[in-house]
Design a protein around this ligand. Sequence first.
Ligand SMILES: NC(=O)c1ccc[n+]([C@@H]2O[C@H](COP(=O)([O-])OP(=O)(O)OC[C@H]3O[C@@H](n4cnc5c(N)ncnc54)[C@H](O)[C@@H]3O)[C@@H](O)[C@H]2O)c1
Length: 416
Amino acid sequence: MSKLRIGVFGAGRGKTMMSVLAKHPDATLVAVCDKHTSLLEEVRAMAERHGLDVALYEDFDAFFQHDMDAVVLANYANEHAPYAISFLRSGRHVLSEVLPCETMAQAVELIEAVEESGKVYAYAENYCYMQQTFEMWRRYENGDVGEVQYAEGEYIHDCSSRWPHLTWNDPNHWRNRMFSTFYCTHSLGPILAMTRRRPVQVVGFETPPHPGMVALGCQSGIAGGAVEMVTLDNGAVVKSIHGTLKREPSSVNFQLYGLTGMMETARFDRTKLTVYKEGENFCEGQLDEYAPSPFIASDLMHKIGVKGHSGSDFFATHFFIEKILGRPDGEKYSIDVYSAVDMGICGILAYRSVLNGNAPVRVPNLRNKEERDAYRNDHACTNPAVAKEQLLPLTPHTMPEIPPEMAAKAARVPRD
Ligand SMILES: NC(=O)c1ccc[n+]([C@@H]2O[C@H](COP(=O)([O-])OP(=O)(O)OC[C@H]3O[C@@H](n4cnc5c(N)ncnc54)[C@H](O)[C@@H]3O)[C@@H](O)[C@H]2O)c1
């Protein structure tokens, strides 16, 4: 069998997927596109190290014409859907980095592009495959804690020391302008993936923006924290929290309460998981704390050697390949377009809740064709180029004055 020929769009985060493709037995990297030539030079060096023939493109249209079976979208987080739709319609499979879409209209169009093309769309929400979350998924599926009643997902990452680098000093970079609840799938995604439950309602909250982030150029609610309180289709409640709140190291934490037990990741030790299973009598059971390891493809993961983000960075690309090849692990664990959209639209709709005094907002089931028309022309977001007359404010908060000590801290951050 010849290897799948896969291209990567975006050579920052995209290098993670390139590293998996460079050594994967069933796929190979054939083309990369990025307008930053410094990144393309890094890819050229990597390709030489691996003895790969990789075409490098600064121009997207030329990259799009390259002969490839599939593409990884690691371009701007708010621009994945339009590119995914074009690639699907051209007959290519798509692995999309986070987030799946910027608007409700894009969510509908993306789903329909997948359905009409018959191609594989996979969502690279790697936080579903971290050692602890993937083990929670396995234990939940095994029935070890019973049906979910309540869960929490947390992704707190203060990126201020790298902000000018992450935004290329561009005031219009998505990281400077996205609405507060946009980047919600690292915290919410694993809970939806492991329970296979659907969100039916969301309430959103946004903290006041941090003046240090504002001093670094952040113009939206991403300068603070955001919360989505999500109701699932069985009545269970999930709290998802994310943003640039102060703490070190960054936090990736999950807990889930079921009818017969609970699971919780260790707050500061990224390797540990605690599981409580109730026994024959109420309030009596077994409590285990342990460091889980991958239960699927662990030999290949170690051989390929891509273990970033608590081991998760290998799996999104691996399951995408497995799904294209029709293999059971890919069918089971690759995140499809419906789950991706469920994860992403909770953030889009939570922002409407934020702007409406935290009023609950219904989350549609876009699997149902009859629910789609209401959102087909819904372009509301904080990006003027996409929203046009439906433009939303960057935050409901008044941007804070920047105290001199914060301005001085921001001035000390390297600008590359
Ligand atoms: N899953 C994770 O753990 C994780 C971690 C970091 C980033 N990400 C995601 O990866 C994606 C990329 O993030 P990033 O950190 O690399 O920063 P980024 O968003 O700045 O990088 C996007 C890259 O795509 C290139 N690009 C975009 N549009 C282009 C065009 N039309 N033509 C040529 N090049 C173009 C840019 O030059 C840039 O290098 C984002 O979606 C982000 O959310 C995910």
